[in-house]
Design a protein. Structure first.
Length: 93
């Protein structure tokens, strides 16, 4: 796996009240969501980048107002097949 280093001013971490590790995870998720939104990666690859399952990535993307369902029908069906057990997303509870 390739490693990418990002410089972050200490003031940013202080303002966010985050430690570098937690903020790094937030940055990776944010980057994965934006790259997915731009159509540069599929939801599955974006989920892998974020370290999440496909279903969890789509759920988190929706929480941050990323249009997770703005997909062509074929891509949507493929992503759902590869996302794993998505039955819980569609339960009628």
């Amino acid at each position: 796996m390739a490693a990418i280093t990002i410089q972050c001013p200490e003031e940013v971490l202080i303002s966010l009240k985050e430690d570098p590790k937690a903020f790094g995870k937030d940055l990776i998720l944010a980057a994965a969501k934006i790259i997915y939104e731009l159509g540069r990666l599929s939801s599955g690859r974006s989920a892998k980048l974020a370290g999440l399952s496909g279903a969890k990535f789509l759920q988190r993307a929706a929480e941050f107002k990323v249009p997770a369902w703005d997909l062509m029908e074929g891509e949507f069906k493929r992503d759902m097949r590869h996302a794993g057990n998505c039955g819980t997303l569609w339960s009628k509870e």
